[in-house]
Ligand binder design. Structure first.
Ligand code: FAD
Length: 407
């Protein structure tokens, strides 16, 4: 391969570029990114980034994922502020648009790392309504939060919504979280542990309204949000609204490319699409039927995908155990493994009442996943064990009896 193009200059894109060079690819490496920024880290954007006040607040330089020396070492052509708008797999070209000119780039290999973009509510854009994905989103939100917006409504109680609510509460704002499901985080945690995590909101004076959708937003007649209208017609007064209702994988530019798109780019377990010269990694990739939106997956998948790209076929598969963390109200929540809807829950250490415990999910007498609230060390020990069990050839997943604290 003489030219490899990475589309998406964020976490997965950077790790793909690193992996290409580490695997010995010494050809032309092109990195295309729609944002004008070099790769930066998103997790702090919903956490400390929002709560710190200028002039000591976190800025872009504090979030950078690579430094100039490393970027020079990658010897890549960076096309920032440039969007890929189309892919021709037969002609092996990517169409690029930098807002002034459109051109076609010929490439032998392609890594799709375009991540995901926040879902928005229908209706015209209103002042005072925010989403949270990019540095620019977070800067705009931080400025508004520090500018006297006492009543905040967060629509969506998922991880981003919960973290944003926690940051707003830390700023002393009056916060309401609206969640359509009976409990936030039910699909990820199951009802028992989702309930415990939901209680964190009340612990910190944040009102949580569950089981109610949102009809829409009301404006004040000048194009500024005034209230959120719930499905039952109730109005929640709001000076500022944060919409955290999930993301859509950024695949619009691939329409017509012939790649299969279904809630992301459909790939095999090694990140390879139906075209062997095209691989995908990170939030945009749906590998073997599963799409993850976790920082760790976006750092682990590119290595496998790139190995397969250079080999021209699938020689490696993602085997890593899914893992994510979330920081809310000064508490760290960590989940590792593959929880199933029928799994039972067992607390193995600590007490949910103290908001500090380690729990396992079990199925057929085996541990499938582990969740910790403020128990980082025992959690990491158990996570290592789960990883080892998953890697063991035909070995059974972790047996249930041993308490991880003793491990
Ligand atoms: P992204 O980071 O979304 O990057 C994709 C890049 O591609 C973007 O820069 C985008 O502009 C660009 N792009 C899109 N379309 C095009 C195009 N057509 N042409 C060119 N470029 C394009 N995960 C955790 O595990 N724990 C956390 O605590 C956590 N906190 C988070 C907090 C926030 C506020 C956010 C937003 C995410 C958080 N995550 C967390 C998730 C984690 O950050 C993501 O999983 C990770 O960023 C995914 O990386 P990615 O490179 O696949 O996608």
């Amino acid at each position: 391969m003489r030219t490899v193009t990475v589309v998406g200059a964020s976490l997965a894109g950077l790790y793909a570029a690193r992996a290409l060079r580490a695997e010995g690819f010494d050809g032309r490496l092109v990195i295309v990114g729609a944002e004008y920024r070099r790769p930066y880290d998103r997790p702090p954007l919903s956490k400390t980034f929002l709560t710190q006040r200028p002039p000591s607040a976190m800025e872009l330089a504090d979030l950078r994922l690579s430094d100039r020396e490393e970027e020079d070492g990658l010897a890549a052509e960076w096309h920032l502020g440039t969007r890929a708008t189309a892919l021709d797999t037969a002609g092996r070209t990517v169409t690029l648009d930098d807002g002034r000119t459109t051109r076609r780039l010929r490439t032998d290999g392609l890594v799709i790392a375009t991540g995901a973009a926040p879902r928005t509510l229908p209706g015209p854009p209103l002042a005072g309504v925010h989403v949270l994905r990019t540095y620019d989103d977070a800067r705009a939100l931080r400025a508004a939060l520090h500018d006297g917006t006492p009543r905040v409504v967060v629509i969506g109680g998922g991880f981003i919504g919960a973290e944003a609510a926690s940051s707003c509460a830390a700023l002393g704002l009056q916060v309401t979280v609206v969640e359509a499901a009976p409990l936030p985080l039910m699909p990820q945690l199951g009802p028992d542990l989702a309930r415990i995590c939901a209680e964190l909101h009340a612990d910190h004076g944040v009102r949580l309204l569950c089981g109610t959708g949102v009809n829409g937003l009301r404006d004040d007649g000048t194009g500024r949000v005034r209230a959120v209208e719930l499905a039952d017609g109730r109005l929640l007064d709001a000076d500022l609204v944060i919409v955290g209702i999930g993301v859509r994988p950024a695949t619009g530019w691939l329409t017509g490319s012939g790649l299969h798109l279904d809630d992301g780019v459909t790939c095999d377990a090694g990140g390879v699409t139906s075209v062997p010269q095209v691989v995908a990694a990170g939030d945009v990739a749906r590998c073997a039927g599963v799409r993850t939106e976790h920082w760790t997956s976006a750092t682990e998948q590119p290595g496998t995908a790139v190995r397969n790209l250079l080999a021209g076929t699938t020689v490696a598969r993602h085997t890593a155990l899914p893992y994510f963390w979330s920081d809310q109200y000064g508490t760290r929540i960590q989940l590792a493994g593959r929880r199933g809807p029928q799994d039972t829950v067992r607390i193995v250490e600590g007490d949910p009442g103290d908001r500090s415990f380690l729990a396992v999910y079990e199925r057929d007498g085996r541990i499938t996943a582990a969740l910790a609230v403020d128990r980082p060390r025992p959690f990491m020990r158990l996570r290592r064990r789960l990883v080892a069990d998953a890697a063991a050839p035909c070995g059974p997943p972790a047996a249930p009896a041993a308490a991880p604290g003793a491990g």
